[in-house]
Write a protein that binds this ligand. Structure first.
Ligand code: SF4
Length: 385
Protein backbone atom coordinates (compact mmCIF):
# COMPACT_ATOMS: atom_id res chain seq x y z
CA UNK A 1 0.00 0.00 0.00
CA UNK A 2 1.29 3.53 -0.61
CA UNK A 3 3.07 4.88 2.47
CA UNK A 4 1.95 8.31 3.52
CA UNK A 5 3.46 9.07 6.90
CA UNK A 6 3.44 12.70 7.97
CA UNK A 7 6.72 13.69 9.63
CA UNK A 8 6.70 16.29 12.40
CA UNK A 9 9.01 19.23 12.06
CA UNK A 10 11.76 19.19 14.66
CA UNK A 11 11.29 15.50 15.48
CA UNK A 12 14.03 12.92 14.88
CA UNK A 13 13.00 9.51 13.57
CA UNK A 14 14.73 6.18 14.12
CA UNK A 15 13.77 3.01 12.27
CA UNK A 16 15.11 -0.47 13.07
CA UNK A 17 17.12 -0.43 9.83
CA UNK A 18 18.72 2.88 10.84
CA UNK A 19 19.50 1.34 14.23
CA UNK A 20 21.21 -1.59 12.54
CA UNK A 21 23.24 0.75 10.32
CA UNK A 22 24.35 2.80 13.33
CA UNK A 23 25.18 -0.37 15.24
CA UNK A 24 27.50 -1.36 12.39
CA UNK A 25 29.11 2.06 11.95
CA UNK A 26 28.04 5.43 13.37
CA UNK A 27 29.71 7.18 10.45
CA UNK A 28 27.74 5.19 7.89
CA UNK A 29 24.53 6.25 9.67
CA UNK A 30 25.76 9.86 9.90
CA UNK A 31 26.54 10.06 6.17
CA UNK A 32 22.94 9.07 5.39
CA UNK A 33 20.95 10.58 8.27
CA UNK A 34 23.14 13.32 9.74
CA UNK A 35 23.24 16.87 8.38
CA UNK A 36 25.00 15.83 5.14
CA UNK A 37 22.19 13.37 4.15
CA UNK A 38 24.26 11.79 1.41
CA UNK A 39 22.16 9.87 -1.14
CA UNK A 40 22.63 6.14 -1.56
CA UNK A 41 23.38 4.60 -4.95
CA UNK A 42 20.07 3.89 -6.72
CA UNK A 43 18.37 0.52 -6.54
CA UNK A 44 21.37 -1.16 -5.01
CA UNK A 45 20.57 -4.86 -5.17
CA UNK A 46 17.05 -4.37 -3.84
CA UNK A 47 14.89 -4.82 -6.95
CA UNK A 48 14.33 -8.57 -6.47
CA UNK A 49 13.30 -7.96 -2.84
CA UNK A 50 10.93 -5.15 -3.89
CA UNK A 51 9.25 -7.42 -6.44
CA UNK A 52 8.91 -10.23 -3.88
CA UNK A 53 7.34 -7.81 -1.38
CA UNK A 54 4.83 -6.63 -3.97
CA UNK A 55 3.88 -10.25 -4.81
CA UNK A 56 3.39 -11.05 -1.12
CA UNK A 57 1.39 -7.88 -0.60
CA UNK A 58 -1.04 -8.68 -3.43
CA UNK A 59 -1.49 -12.25 -2.25
CA UNK A 60 -2.08 -11.30 1.39
CA UNK A 61 -4.28 -8.28 0.72
CA UNK A 62 -6.67 -10.36 -1.39
CA UNK A 63 -9.60 -11.74 0.57
CA UNK A 64 -9.82 -15.36 1.77
CA UNK A 65 -11.24 -16.43 -1.60
CA UNK A 66 -8.42 -14.71 -3.49
CA UNK A 67 -10.46 -11.76 -4.72
CA UNK A 68 -9.49 -8.11 -5.02
CA UNK A 69 -10.48 -6.18 -1.86
CA UNK A 70 -12.19 -2.77 -1.81
CA UNK A 71 -9.86 -0.02 -3.00
CA UNK A 72 -9.08 3.08 -0.88
CA UNK A 73 -11.60 5.92 -0.94
CA UNK A 74 -11.60 8.04 -4.10
CA UNK A 75 -11.28 5.10 -6.48
CA UNK A 76 -12.56 5.00 -10.04
CA UNK A 77 -15.45 2.80 -11.16
CA UNK A 78 -15.87 0.48 -14.13
CA UNK A 79 -19.05 -0.96 -15.58
CA UNK A 80 -18.95 -4.74 -15.26
CA UNK A 81 -22.06 -6.56 -16.42
CA UNK A 82 -23.97 -3.28 -16.20
CA UNK A 83 -22.91 -2.68 -12.57
CA UNK A 84 -20.49 0.08 -11.47
CA UNK A 85 -17.63 -1.61 -9.62
CA UNK A 86 -14.80 0.21 -7.76
CA UNK A 87 -11.41 -0.12 -9.46
CA UNK A 88 -8.00 0.44 -7.84
CA UNK A 89 -6.54 3.68 -9.19
CA UNK A 90 -3.07 2.99 -7.83
CA UNK A 91 -1.28 0.70 -5.39
CA UNK A 92 -0.87 -3.09 -5.42
CA UNK A 93 -4.03 -3.78 -7.45
CA UNK A 94 -3.74 -0.85 -9.85
CA UNK A 95 -6.36 -1.26 -12.60
CA UNK A 96 -8.04 -4.28 -10.93
CA UNK A 97 -11.74 -4.27 -10.04
CA UNK A 98 -13.03 -5.12 -6.58
CA UNK A 99 -14.35 -8.68 -6.37
CA UNK A 100 -12.45 -10.00 -9.39
CA UNK A 101 -9.91 -12.81 -8.84
CA UNK A 102 -6.72 -11.03 -7.75
CA UNK A 103 -4.04 -10.97 -10.43
CA UNK A 104 -0.81 -11.55 -8.50
CA UNK A 105 1.29 -10.99 -11.67
CA UNK A 106 -0.34 -8.01 -13.41
CA UNK A 107 1.45 -6.20 -16.29
CA UNK A 108 4.78 -4.75 -15.10
CA UNK A 109 4.73 -6.92 -11.96
CA UNK A 110 8.52 -7.36 -12.34
CA UNK A 111 9.36 -3.66 -12.78
CA UNK A 112 10.82 -1.37 -10.11
CA UNK A 113 11.14 2.34 -10.90
CA UNK A 114 11.20 1.52 -14.62
CA UNK A 115 13.85 -1.19 -14.24
CA UNK A 116 12.79 -4.73 -15.16
CA UNK A 117 14.07 -7.85 -13.41
CA UNK A 118 15.97 -10.06 -15.83
CA UNK A 119 14.33 -13.24 -17.13
CA UNK A 120 16.07 -15.52 -14.67
CA UNK A 121 15.08 -13.46 -11.60
CA UNK A 122 11.51 -13.10 -12.90
CA UNK A 123 11.24 -16.89 -13.31
CA UNK A 124 12.72 -17.40 -9.83
CA UNK A 125 10.17 -15.01 -8.28
CA UNK A 126 7.29 -16.95 -9.87
CA UNK A 127 8.65 -20.34 -8.81
CA UNK A 128 9.25 -19.16 -5.26
CA UNK A 129 5.74 -17.70 -5.09
CA UNK A 130 4.22 -21.04 -6.07
CA UNK A 131 6.33 -22.83 -3.48
CA UNK A 132 5.40 -20.23 -0.84
CA UNK A 133 1.67 -20.72 -1.39
CA UNK A 134 1.94 -24.49 -1.59
CA UNK A 135 4.17 -24.74 1.48
CA UNK A 136 2.07 -22.39 3.64
CA UNK A 137 4.79 -19.71 3.82
CA UNK A 138 2.25 -17.33 2.30
CA UNK A 139 -1.06 -17.87 4.04
CA UNK A 140 -4.15 -15.75 4.41
CA UNK A 141 -5.03 -16.12 8.04
CA UNK A 142 -7.86 -14.06 9.58
CA UNK A 143 -6.84 -10.88 11.42
CA UNK A 144 -3.75 -10.12 9.34
CA UNK A 145 -2.68 -6.52 8.76
CA UNK A 146 -0.39 -5.86 5.81
CA UNK A 147 2.30 -3.14 5.83
CA UNK A 148 1.18 -2.00 9.26
CA UNK A 149 2.79 1.33 10.23
CA UNK A 150 4.65 1.37 13.55
CA UNK A 151 5.25 4.63 15.36
CA UNK A 152 5.56 6.13 18.82
CA UNK A 153 7.95 7.93 21.15
CA UNK A 154 11.38 6.43 21.90
CA UNK A 155 12.84 9.19 24.09
CA UNK A 156 12.05 12.92 24.04
CA UNK A 157 12.84 14.25 20.56
CA UNK A 158 12.92 10.81 18.88
CA UNK A 159 10.13 8.71 17.43
CA UNK A 160 10.04 5.18 16.09
CA UNK A 161 9.14 4.72 12.47
CA UNK A 162 8.71 1.56 10.43
CA UNK A 163 6.31 -0.87 8.78
CA UNK A 164 5.52 -4.47 9.67
CA UNK A 165 5.12 -6.67 6.58
CA UNK A 166 2.42 -8.82 8.21
CA UNK A 167 1.07 -8.24 11.71
CA UNK A 168 -1.31 -10.24 13.88
CA UNK A 169 -2.22 -9.30 17.46
CA UNK A 170 0.46 -11.70 18.75
CA UNK A 171 2.72 -12.32 15.74
CA UNK A 172 4.95 -10.51 13.29
CA UNK A 173 6.07 -11.72 9.87
CA UNK A 174 8.76 -10.27 7.66
CA UNK A 175 9.50 -11.30 4.05
CA UNK A 176 13.23 -11.76 3.52
CA UNK A 177 14.67 -12.32 0.05
CA UNK A 178 18.30 -13.33 -0.23
CA UNK A 179 20.88 -14.59 -2.70
CA UNK A 180 21.85 -17.58 -0.61
CA UNK A 181 19.95 -19.39 2.09
CA UNK A 182 22.98 -19.36 4.36
CA UNK A 183 22.10 -15.74 5.11
CA UNK A 184 18.79 -16.79 6.71
CA UNK A 185 18.73 -16.31 10.47
CA UNK A 186 18.48 -19.30 12.78
CA UNK A 187 15.60 -19.22 15.30
CA UNK A 188 18.13 -18.26 17.98
CA UNK A 189 19.40 -15.28 15.94
CA UNK A 190 15.85 -14.34 14.97
CA UNK A 191 15.02 -14.06 18.68
CA UNK A 192 17.78 -11.41 18.91
CA UNK A 193 16.91 -9.49 15.72
CA UNK A 194 16.48 -5.80 16.57
CA UNK A 195 13.99 -5.11 13.80
CA UNK A 196 11.61 -7.88 14.84
CA UNK A 197 11.93 -7.23 18.58
CA UNK A 198 11.33 -3.51 18.03
CA UNK A 199 8.18 -4.21 16.07
CA UNK A 200 7.14 -6.72 18.74
CA UNK A 201 7.32 -3.84 21.23
CA UNK A 202 4.39 -2.20 19.40
CA UNK A 203 2.31 -5.36 19.99
CA UNK A 204 2.96 -5.52 23.72
CA UNK A 205 2.25 -1.79 23.94
CA UNK A 206 -1.14 -2.45 22.36
CA UNK A 207 -1.90 -5.41 24.66
CA UNK A 208 -0.55 -5.18 28.22
CA UNK A 209 -1.49 -8.83 28.85
CA UNK A 210 0.54 -10.16 25.94
CA UNK A 211 3.49 -12.11 27.32
CA UNK A 212 4.69 -13.95 24.21
CA UNK A 213 5.07 -12.71 20.62
CA UNK A 214 5.84 -15.03 17.73
CA UNK A 215 8.45 -13.74 15.28
CA UNK A 216 8.60 -15.18 11.78
CA UNK A 217 10.86 -14.68 8.79
CA UNK A 218 9.48 -15.83 5.44
CA UNK A 219 12.70 -16.58 3.57
CA UNK A 220 12.84 -16.42 -0.25
CA UNK A 221 16.21 -17.80 -1.33
CA UNK A 222 17.63 -17.82 -4.85
CA UNK A 223 20.33 -20.36 -4.09
CA UNK A 224 19.11 -22.95 -3.52
CA UNK A 225 15.74 -21.90 -4.94
CA UNK A 226 13.69 -22.36 -1.83
CA UNK A 227 11.22 -20.72 0.53
CA UNK A 228 11.23 -21.39 4.22
CA UNK A 229 9.55 -20.02 7.33
CA UNK A 230 11.65 -19.55 10.43
CA UNK A 231 9.73 -18.93 13.62
CA UNK A 232 10.47 -18.32 17.27
CA UNK A 233 8.49 -17.05 20.27
CA UNK A 234 9.98 -14.22 22.35
CA UNK A 235 9.01 -13.09 25.84
CA UNK A 236 8.01 -9.64 27.05
CA UNK A 237 11.34 -9.49 28.95
CA UNK A 238 13.34 -10.07 25.72
CA UNK A 239 11.31 -7.41 23.94
CA UNK A 240 11.81 -4.87 26.74
CA UNK A 241 15.57 -5.53 26.87
CA UNK A 242 15.81 -4.77 23.14
CA UNK A 243 13.70 -1.63 23.61
CA UNK A 244 16.14 -0.34 26.26
CA UNK A 245 18.97 -0.73 23.72
CA UNK A 246 16.90 1.08 21.10
CA UNK A 247 16.36 3.99 23.50
CA UNK A 248 20.05 4.02 24.32
CA UNK A 249 20.93 4.21 20.63
CA UNK A 250 18.58 7.18 20.12
CA UNK A 251 20.28 8.93 23.05
CA UNK A 252 23.71 8.23 21.60
CA UNK A 253 22.72 9.42 18.12
CA UNK A 254 21.35 12.72 19.47
CA UNK A 255 24.90 14.04 19.58
CA UNK A 256 25.62 12.98 16.00
CA UNK A 257 22.30 13.96 14.44
CA UNK A 258 23.36 17.60 14.38
CA UNK A 259 27.14 17.17 14.28
CA UNK A 260 28.33 19.20 11.32
CA UNK A 261 32.08 18.79 11.70
CA UNK A 262 34.36 16.68 9.53
CA UNK A 263 33.42 13.06 8.84
CA UNK A 264 36.76 11.83 10.20
CA UNK A 265 35.57 12.80 13.70
CA UNK A 266 32.52 10.55 13.54
CA UNK A 267 33.18 7.04 14.99
CA UNK A 268 33.92 4.43 12.33
CA UNK A 269 33.01 0.72 12.21
CA UNK A 270 32.02 -1.05 15.41
CA UNK A 271 32.48 -4.55 13.97
CA UNK A 272 34.96 -6.30 11.73
CA UNK A 273 33.77 -6.54 8.13
CA UNK A 274 31.36 -3.58 8.51
CA UNK A 275 32.73 -1.86 5.39
CA UNK A 276 32.10 -4.88 3.16
CA UNK A 277 28.79 -6.06 4.65
CA UNK A 278 25.67 -6.17 2.46
CA UNK A 279 27.67 -5.93 -0.77
CA UNK A 280 29.94 -3.13 0.45
CA UNK A 281 29.31 0.22 2.10
CA UNK A 282 28.52 2.91 -0.50
CA UNK A 283 30.80 5.36 1.33
CA UNK A 284 34.00 3.33 0.98
CA UNK A 285 35.32 5.77 -1.61
CA UNK A 286 35.12 8.58 0.95
CA UNK A 287 36.59 6.67 3.89
CA UNK A 288 39.46 5.41 1.74
CA UNK A 289 40.36 9.04 0.96
CA UNK A 290 39.76 8.62 -2.77
CA UNK A 291 36.68 10.83 -2.97
CA UNK A 292 35.27 13.82 -1.10
CA UNK A 293 31.61 14.27 -0.19
CA UNK A 294 30.85 16.54 -3.16
CA UNK A 295 32.43 14.08 -5.61
CA UNK A 296 30.43 11.22 -4.09
CA UNK A 297 27.19 13.20 -4.44
CA UNK A 298 27.94 14.01 -8.10
CA UNK A 299 28.72 10.36 -8.82
CA UNK A 300 25.46 9.10 -7.29
CA UNK A 301 23.41 11.76 -9.08
CA UNK A 302 25.01 10.69 -12.37
CA UNK A 303 24.16 7.05 -11.61
CA UNK A 304 20.56 8.02 -10.85
CA UNK A 305 20.29 9.90 -14.14
CA UNK A 306 21.82 7.01 -16.06
CA UNK A 307 19.29 4.57 -14.58
CA UNK A 308 16.40 6.92 -15.31
CA UNK A 309 17.56 7.28 -18.91
CA UNK A 310 17.99 3.56 -19.42
CA UNK A 311 14.56 2.88 -17.87
CA UNK A 312 12.97 5.03 -20.58
CA UNK A 313 14.67 3.14 -23.41
CA UNK A 314 12.43 0.64 -25.22
CA UNK A 315 14.89 -2.21 -24.58
CA UNK A 316 13.94 -1.88 -20.82
CA UNK A 317 15.78 -0.45 -17.87
CA UNK A 318 19.05 -1.75 -16.57
CA UNK A 319 19.49 -2.90 -13.03
CA UNK A 320 22.04 -1.66 -10.53
CA UNK A 321 24.02 -4.86 -11.12
CA UNK A 322 24.14 -4.19 -14.88
CA UNK A 323 25.32 -0.66 -14.31
CA UNK A 324 28.09 -1.66 -11.95
CA UNK A 325 28.87 -4.83 -13.88
CA UNK A 326 28.57 -7.07 -10.87
CA UNK A 327 25.97 -8.85 -8.82
CA UNK A 328 25.83 -7.25 -5.39
CA UNK A 329 24.25 -10.36 -3.92
CA UNK A 330 27.25 -12.47 -4.82
CA UNK A 331 29.65 -10.19 -2.98
CA UNK A 332 30.87 -11.69 0.26
CA UNK A 333 32.98 -10.70 3.19
CA UNK A 334 35.95 -12.02 1.21
CA UNK A 335 35.71 -9.06 -1.18
CA UNK A 336 36.49 -6.53 1.53
CA UNK A 337 39.23 -4.15 0.58
CA UNK A 338 41.33 -2.70 3.31
CA UNK A 339 39.99 0.80 2.87
CA UNK A 340 41.92 2.26 5.74
CA UNK A 341 45.21 0.93 4.42
CA UNK A 342 44.24 2.42 1.07
CA UNK A 343 43.45 5.76 2.68
CA UNK A 344 46.73 5.67 4.52
CA UNK A 345 48.52 5.05 1.26
CA UNK A 346 46.64 7.88 -0.46
CA UNK A 347 46.82 10.57 2.18
CA UNK A 348 49.65 9.35 4.37
CA UNK A 349 47.70 9.48 7.62
CA UNK A 350 47.41 7.02 10.45
CA UNK A 351 44.44 4.71 9.91
CA UNK A 352 41.76 4.74 12.59
CA UNK A 353 41.06 1.71 14.75
CA UNK A 354 39.39 -1.00 12.67
CA UNK A 355 36.86 -1.64 15.41
CA UNK A 356 35.58 0.99 17.76
CA UNK A 357 33.05 0.77 20.50
CA UNK A 358 30.33 3.37 20.66
CA UNK A 359 30.17 5.05 24.04
CA UNK A 360 26.63 6.15 24.72
CA UNK A 361 26.18 9.65 26.02
CA UNK A 362 25.15 9.78 29.70
CA UNK A 363 27.35 6.73 30.25
CA UNK A 364 24.57 4.52 28.91
CA UNK A 365 22.19 5.39 31.72
CA UNK A 366 18.54 5.37 30.78
CA UNK A 367 17.71 8.79 32.25
CA UNK A 368 15.78 11.01 29.82
CA UNK A 369 17.70 13.68 27.96
CA UNK A 370 16.50 17.00 26.65
CA UNK A 371 14.97 17.04 23.20
CA UNK A 372 17.53 17.86 20.49
CA UNK A 373 17.14 21.14 18.66
CA UNK A 374 14.83 21.09 15.63
CA UNK A 375 16.48 20.15 12.37
CA UNK A 376 15.78 22.24 9.35
CA UNK A 377 14.54 20.14 6.46
CA UNK A 378 13.83 17.05 8.58
CA UNK A 379 10.12 17.10 7.87
CA UNK A 380 10.20 14.41 5.21
CA UNK A 381 13.34 12.30 5.62
CA UNK A 382 14.44 10.65 2.38
CA UNK A 383 15.23 7.23 3.80
CA UNK A 384 13.73 4.00 2.52
CA UNK A 385 12.74 1.34 4.99
S1 SF4 B 1 33.21 2.58 4.57
FE1 SF4 B 1 33.33 1.62 6.57
S2 SF4 B 1 34.00 3.25 7.95
FE2 SF4 B 1 33.26 4.24 6.10
S3 SF4 B 1 31.12 4.69 6.55
FE3 SF4 B 1 31.17 2.72 5.50
S4 SF4 B 1 31.20 1.21 7.15
FE4 SF4 B 1 31.78 3.16 8.04
Amino acid sequence: MPRSKVYKEGMNYLSPSQYETAELCTRKWWFGYGPTKLPRPPGKGTDFGSVVHAICERFLLADETGRVPAPPAGSDHALLGGVAVPVWKDGPFKGQAQGNPADIFPPDWNKVDGRTLNGSESAMAKTLYEAAVEGGVLERRPGREIEKPVEGPIIPGWELVGYIDVAYPDEIEDHKSMGQIRYALSPKKLAQATQMLTYAYSLIQADPNLDLVRLRHNVWSKSPLKVRKIEVPVTRAQIMANWALFQEKARYLTEWKTFDGVWQDVPGPHANGACSKYGGCPYRGICSGGQDLAEYRIQVEAQQKELEKSAKRPDQGRSWADLWDRDPETLTEGTEMDIFAKRNELVGTTPPETVTTATPVNGGALAPVAAPPPLAGDVAPPWAF
